[in-house]
Design a protein around this ligand. Structure first.
Ligand code: ADP
Ligand code: MG
Length: 245
């Protein structure tokens, strides 16, 4: 068996008595690309919120490389190597694509750091590499505000890649994208999944098929099914709560 990068056990969060995530076990291996599906309100976003430290669990443990994240705050979790992308792209519209990538580079922290910072070769190489991966190498000098919605989503993934996360959490990254952009995003994610683990929340089954190693189905905060795309699609319970709709 491969090594685990993430082990979530008995994870529960209760909002005024309502359990959005309820006794969940969830394991992700190194180099794995996992997709989490489930109907609206199943607890998918809340699960990512707890892994990245935005929401504190009521009970349970979240171990990333055997360290418990439940006790840490967001920036410590980021620094450990967990990158999170939220549903709506948040890029700096007035900065260029290049600048958005540049400010995401971890060595460039703090005012003094940025004053003394010289654009060394490592940074330029990194921007080059990432810009190619996210299909934006031709528009590095464009303002992010001029990009299409899909390109902004890619830029935000690129900003996370500048930090070389070992675990990347993506919440509905192809929402609002054209069919062509979805295919490109699948290609992007397949390209960057080597050497890191990725958890993607997604609804679009055609897209899920292109990327998923394994699929986890959540329903009412609980694990409903888990397995290959084919296994999950053949599962009666899954068809009932989700795929049938
Ligand atoms: P999904 O991403 O699967 O659509 P969410 O994780 O966003 O679902 O939400 C799961 C459930 O938890 C929903 O019923 C939602 O209304 C509820 N919920 C999420 N966050 C909060 C919160 N901060 N306070 C109260 N209820 C919440
Ligand atoms: Mg959600």
């Amino acid at each position: 068996m491969s090594e685990l990068i993430l082990a979530v056990e008995d994870l529960t969060v209760s909002f005024d008595g309502f359990k959005a995530v309820d006794g969940l076990n969830f394991y992700v291996e190194k180099d794995e690309l996992r997709v989490v599906i489930g109907p609206n309100g199943a607890g998918k976003t809340t699960l990512l919120d707890m892994i990245c430290g935005k929401t504190k669990p009521t009970a349970g443990t979240i171990k990333f490389k055997y360290r418990d994240l439940a006790e840490m705050i967001e920036f410590q979790i980021t620094r450990l190597g967990v990158g999170r992308k939220f549903q709506n792209p948040s890029v700096y519209e007035d900065l260029t694509v290049f600048e958005n990538l540049e400010i995401s580079y971890p060595q460039r922290r703090g005012l003094l750091g940025s004053l003394l910072f010289r654009r060394d070769d490592a940074l330029l190489d990194k921007i080059d590499e990432v810009a190619g991966l996210i299909f934006l190498d031709e528009v590095l000098r464009h303002k992010a505000g001029q990009l299409s919605h899909g390109q902004k989503q890619w830029l935000e993934i690129g900003m996370l890649l500048m930090q070389d996360p070992e675990l990347l959490l993506l919440d509905e990254p192809v929402a609002g994208m054209s069919a062509r952009e979805r295919e490109q995003t699948a290609q992007l994610l397949n390209g960057i999944s080597k050497g890191r683990s990725i958890v993607v929340i997604e609804h679009d089954m055609a897209f899920v098929k292109l990327i998923a190693h394994k699929v986890t189905v959540l329903h009412q905060g609980k694990l409903l099914a888990e397995g290959s795309m084919d296994e999950v699609q053949a599962d009666e319970r899954v068809r009932e709560v989700y795929l049938g709709h």
